[in-house]
Design a binder for this molecule. Structure first.
Ligand code: BES
Ligand code: MN
Ligand code: ZN
Length: 490
């Protein structure tokens, strides 16, 4: 893992493998932070930037030999994509740091001499470094991530800056933990092993873990988890996590969809659509690592986490289209399409979470292909009650994630009616993401609630970009942690 620390040692005296400077884009690309270099090196770096044709575009990374007078052999010019120093935001800094550290994988030590003057900026650079330093350890022969990153600031002893870096380390590691779970092949990560991972990760922390296995789920009337899980030889689990600080300013219940593989069940998916379905547990992974991070950060909010874990498989024991199941609490659902399984396991978990009377319910799920049609793979959707939906959008904005508010139109609700049960699990095709949200709303008991659909953003099928690698992205953790922070301040 990439470790990050602050330094105020002048670059002339820093022994490191690579020094990274930021470049701006536009008509007049500039190298920023030249004054951190020894005087005699500044002109050399500016001319090197011209010679290699630095444009300052985002994700641009140009390596030049370090000029004399530096304790490094490599000088790296990292594009910010910002048109001038005034256009730099915390997110630009996060991305620039992440892009550089990601592309420098294989380098032992890196010093980031980016324009970070405030504590928030130092934290953003540090967070970008941890996120960009991610390499999935499950691939044999993968490049070693950058070992140590130093963030150059005016005062490395500044309390606020140190706290920001510490937080960045915790938050970044939580995101990376989600990426690891999502990238793990589904033959190795299944409901039981996921629950076991939750237990292992919580060991030695103040997070309490309870696991309901298939027998307990049947006995408890969790018909959604049982129905979805019954097609697999590897039974479902419901994991409950709890972080309960001494003086809590409220109780947030976080519910995550944890389908460890979604084949569609008997309503089977086309082969191509199945290829990324190991990522269908990204919501549960985000909840797990959010609760663990909340405890590490000592967030003064009580948080319960619910991981609704099942493998959706077709078999002689699988649920059939037209089966009627009973969700915890007694409501019945006609399962018309076994590929609309996420809402079934979430319904059980939302009811269970609600039984403890939390102040706010939030669920997060790779729920619908319609989310990707509506918003693509870099913007997540949030639905729910106005207050919590707004709080999620604001929290995401502060955290550097993109969540867009979506409606729950009453007009679509009748499409979920069933002649044989309280509801069907599918409705009107158009607006499918909203229909799924309306389905979930039925199980929230009118509580303040938000539903986060991360179907597209959870898994990056394209090439890496800034601090986002290929594969699992870890989306949602930063927004949820920022949401808990705002709750703590309320
Ligand atoms: N896990 C999928 C949604 C999904 C699709 C996530 C693509 C990420 C990428 C979900 O279980 C599903 O299959 N949803 C169906 C619902 C439909 C049958 C109403 C869908 O979106 O097609
Ligand atoms: Mn499905
Ligand atoms: Zn699914």
């Amino acid at each position: 893992m990439t470790t990050v620390s602050l330094t105020s040692t002048p670059l002339a005296k820093t022994r490191t493998d690579a020094v990274v400077l930021a470049t701006t884009s536009g008509d007049d690309p500039r190298v920023l932070g030249l004054d951190a270099l020894p005087k005699q090196a500044r002109a050399a770096v500016e001319s090197a930037a011209r010679v290699v044709g630095a444009t300052g575009a985002a994700d641009e990374l140009l390596k030049v030999p370090a000029p004399g007078g530096l304790g490094a052999s490599l000088l790296v010019l990292a594009g910010t994509g910002a048109d001038g120093a005034d256009a730099l935001t915390d997110e630009t800094l996060r991305r620039t740091a992440g892009s550089a550290v990601r592309q420098l994988a294989g380098t032992g030590s890196v010093t980031l001499a980016l324009p970070a003057t405030t504590a928030a900026q130092a934290g953003a650079v540090a967070e970008g470094a941890v996120l960009g330093g991610y390499v999935f350890s499950g691939h044999p022969g993968s490049t070693e991530p950058v070992g140590a990153v130093e963030v150059l600031v005016a005062d490395a002893k500044d309390k606020e800056s140190r706290a920001a870096v510490e937080r960045a380390q915790v938050v970044g590691s939580a995101v990376n933990g989600v990426r690891d779970l999502v990238n793990t092949p589904p033959n190795l990560l299944y409901p039981e092993s996921f629950a076991e991972r939750a237990r292992t990760l919580a060991k030695g922390t103040k997070v309490d873990v309870t696991v309901l296995d298939d027998d307990a789920l049947r006995a408890g009337g969790y018909g959604g988890l049982v129905g979805v899980g019954q097609g697999s030889t590897r039974g479902p689990r419901l994991v409950r996590l709890e972080w309960k600080p001494r003086k809590a300013t409220g109780h947030y219940a976080l519910v995550g969809k944890g389908i460890t593989f979604d084949s569609g069940g008997l309503s089977i998916k086309p082969a191509k659509s199945m290829e990324t379905m190991k990522s269908d547990m990204a919501g549960a992974a985000a909840v797990l690592h959010t609760v663990l991070a909340a405890a590490r950060l000592n967030v003064p909010v009580r948080v319960t986490g619910w991981l609704a874990l099942a493998e959706n498989m077709p078999s002689a024991t699988a649920q059939r289209p037209s089966d009627v199941i009973t969700i915890r609490g007694g409501r019945t659902v006609e399962v018309l399409n076994t590929d609309a399984e996420g809402r079934l396991v979430l319904a059980d978990a939302l009811v269970a979470a609600g039984e403890e009377d939390p102040d706010v319910l939030v669920d997060i799920a790779t729920l619908t292909g319609a989310q990707m049609v509506a918003l693509g793979n870099q913007v997540s959707a949030v639905m729910g009650t106005d207050d919590v939906r707004g709080a999620v959008v604001a929290a995401a904005g502060r955290a550097g994630e993109q969540f867009w508010p979506m409606p729950l139109p009453e007009e679509l609700r009748p499409s979920l009616t069933s002649p044989v049960a309280d509801m069907a699990n599918i409705g009107e095709r158009y607006g499918g993401m909203l229909v799924a949200g309306l389905f979930l709303r039925e199980f929230t008991d009118g509580r303040p609630w938000a539903h986060l659909d991360i179907a597209g953003p959870a898994f990056n099928e394209g090439g890496p970009r800034h601090y986002v690698p290929k594969g699992g992205t870890g989306v949602g953790v930063r927004t949820l942690l920022s949401l808990l922070d705002s709750a703590a301040q309320a």
